[in-house]
Design a protein around this ligand. Structure first.
Ligand SMILES: [Zn+2]
Length: 345
């Protein structure tokens, strides 16, 4: 047996013994987890999940050491330190070839009732060749927090910036000061944005956002927030807007602060079936893009910047715990005591 995080319902997360992870398919790898995270998206079930007797295995961001590989695995070997993206993918299908691994025809999500999750001692990794990326370092390296963000939040913030066409000379607005929003600020600066407006209300997060490159902060909400962004942009709005929350109000704000011809990159998981601002975005020719970030595709581009210290997205991980501290880590993130929690095994 091994120990892992299991969620049984809203507010109910436990560490318990589960069957040991093992190789099943010839394309699998077995990874012993050394570092993992609790994600903002783990908080959706933490707030809303109906009770389940079977429980859901949790965690989709992890780094570990390869313990064993199936007979067909070529790209990683025993002893390699590897990072996993938040979905697994074969790397060879039509969509993986396009760099859209989150739509892989043979891929899927970690955890749940079928697979191991990252918040546990070991993980069976399906499609290891397409999924894992070997890291050129040892397991104790100080770059681990930043490397861990390539699993999800840094790649997701980068995706929002890319699909919102952030770049040199552009005014970027980032809606949301969680880990993804802060990484969106970092990504926008990395891409050369001229002005970066962060919409958020938490003092600690705003302070980090400024260090990451935010030039302006808007802490109002609703109509007042929209007016403030217009004031900061000569009445025109932002060229590129990153929606990093997923609520109706934040989405409405994001769609309405984009200038005519601008683009909105949505990476906050939508919590509603309908999208607001249908008419104003139509009138203004707003491009609405985004979705689950293909972070596997971005690892090659972002890894050198992390390795060489040009970006330090791991600063969003402001609390570290061991596996036993994971239930309290969920509580701390849910109560906004921590931006994002790293689990060190
Ligand atoms: Zn694929």
């Amino acid at each position: 047996m091994m120990r892992a995080t299991v969620m049984y319902g809203a507010g109910y997360v436990r560490i318990e013994s589960v069957p040991e992870a093992r190789i099943v398919e010839r394309t699998d790898a077995l990874v012993i987890v050394t570092h993992a995270c609790i994600c903002g998206s783990d908080l959706w079930p933490y707030r809303k999940l109906e009770h389940t007797d079977t429980g859901l295995r949790m965690g989709h961001e992890f780094i570990g050491v390869v313990e064993d590989v199936g007979a067909d695995v070529r790209s990683v070997k025993r002893g390699d330190v590897v990072v996993a993206p938040f979905m697994w993918s074969d790397g060879t299908c039509e969509f993986c070839e396009q760099g859209l691994q989150t739509s892989c025809l043979h891929g899927g999500f970690w955890g749940g009732t079928e697979l191991d999750g990252g918040q546990g001692e070991a993980v069976r990794v399906p499609q290891a060749d397409g999924t894992l990326v070997a890291l050129p370092l040892g397991r104790g390296d100080s770059l681990m927090p930043s490397l861990l963000t390539l699993s999800d939040v840094m790649g997701t913030g980068h995706h929002a910036a890319v699909v919102a066409r952030a770049g040199a000379g552009r005014i970027v607005a980032v809606v949301g000061d969680g880990a993804v929003g802060l990484c969106g600020v970092l990504a926008a600066r990395r891409l050369g944005a001229e002005q970066i407006i962060l919409l958020g209300r938490h003092a600690d997060r705003i302070a980090l956002g400024r260090e990451f490159g935010a030039t302006d902060v808007v802490s109002e909400r609703g109509e007042e927030a929209i007016e403030r962004v217009l004031e900061l942009t000569g009445g025109l709005g932002a060229h590129s807007v990153l929606e990093c929350v997923g609520y109706e109000e934040s989405t409405n704000t994001a769609l309405r602060i984009a200038r005519p011809g601008g683009a909105v990159g949505r990476v906050g998981v939508p919590q509603d079936a309908a999208m607001p601002a249908a008419q104003s975005t139509f009138r203004k020719n707003i491009t609405i893009a985004g979705g689950p970030a293909p972070v596997r595709a971005y690892m090659a581009e972002l890894l050198p910047d992390v390795m060489e210290g040009r970006i330090e997205p791991g600063r969003v991980l402001d609390r570290v715990t061991d596996l036993d501290g994971v239930p309290d880590g969920y509580r701390a993130m849910n109560e906004r005591e921590a931006i994002k929690v790293m689990i060190s095994f």
